[in-house]
Design a protein around this ligand. Sequence first.
Ligand code: TRP
Length: 451
Amino acid sequence: MKTRVLTGITTTGTPHLGNYVGALRPAIDASRRDDADTFFFLADYHALIKCEDPARVARSRQEIAATWLAAGLDPNRATFYRQSDIPEVPELSWILTCVTAKGLMNRAHAYKAAVDQNAAAGVEPDDGVTMGLFSYPVLMAADILIFNAHQVPVGRDQVQHLEMARDIAQRFNYLYGAGEEIFTLPDAAVDESTALLPGLDGRKMSKSYNNTIPLFEGGSRGLRDAIARIVTDSRAPGEAKDAEGSHLFPIYRAFATPAQVKDFSDRLAGGLGWGDAKRELGDLIESVVGPMRDRYEALMANPDEVEDVLQMGARKARAHAEPLMARVREAVGLRLGKAPAKAAKAARKGAGKARFVSFREQDGSFRFRFLAADGTALLVSQGFADPKAAGAAIKALQSGEAEVSVEGEGAFVIRLNDGLLARVDELADAAARDAAIERLQAELKALADAE
Ligand code: TRP
């Protein structure tokens, strides 16, 4: 099976060189791999959380879409779409909101930072905090889970959101999966090998530091002007310079071959002047970025072409999102009145035979469910310290070694050598209790006979 790689880009800004090296280029490289199935999207619902300027959101969507295509993303290989073109995303987001603990959201870094700032300013803790900001991680979880992504390339600041997406997926699977993994648990992929590109002043290149080098904005002139502003030491031409210690060198390295890197470093040590070094850096970047810029400008002048690509992406994406959403709706009880949808039927694959399904609890203990042939959960075991103990308990149930005894009107317990194996309670009355015991035993027997 291919690894499904998915990532989103919030559409509030204009891409700079750091975005290209840190996110775009590796994503496009991944989209060319044969073992990966890539999904890239414009997170324009997320943009509304940060930005209330409609013109800016609209412009940024356009610029980012054109940038990805100009940089070489093949929309026939990757699935490239806008979040807001996928109605299943907000639909799932609501359902996930209903299983997400508020306390989990209270711990989100972005929300906590806003609260801390408010405390420092001496205003109400939630001053200026919208529900959008507060629920940001739930929407992000929906983005990821609706496509059952395995790997999510993100910056370090987003790792917590991935942990939350896993938590939410686990909770949903536990509550509604009847032993099946409706959602895949995603992993964050933080690429340690792509060094952060330093900005003009040597700090991480970021809009908030105002130290960026534009990717396409301002044309070739804009690129060279920015490069001219990279901060260097005051060594004159002819003086030996330490490449590694300069802000300019890591940027050069991000675009050069190893041989070019070595040569450049040697010549700096040999006295190459900063002015000449910057000119060379400009030539190098321009050789890569120049042809892309031409394509970018053509795409910006032809918004219909970009729109067609995005609509095709939305169709491809929805072909995945729709069946999974049908399954989710079915799982939570929002069933269609008529015959269940095909997708929901497929969701019950594995039906037809009673089975044990093991899972791991958040506290680390191991449990299992015993499901009837029609998928009804007949019991949930106690937590076991390790999978072996849980396996032994399953064996005991199958062999009939475990003992069933009633416990009052509405409950029964299953024991093995005096240890509790499972407790089934909340049965309406003694008749329901006896029926449940009978069914459990019949299903266990049917399973044993089948094996
Ligand atoms: N929150 C991400 C960021 O600011 C953008 C994003 C939204 C995203 N949804 C996502 C990234 C889903 C990965 C997966 O960078």
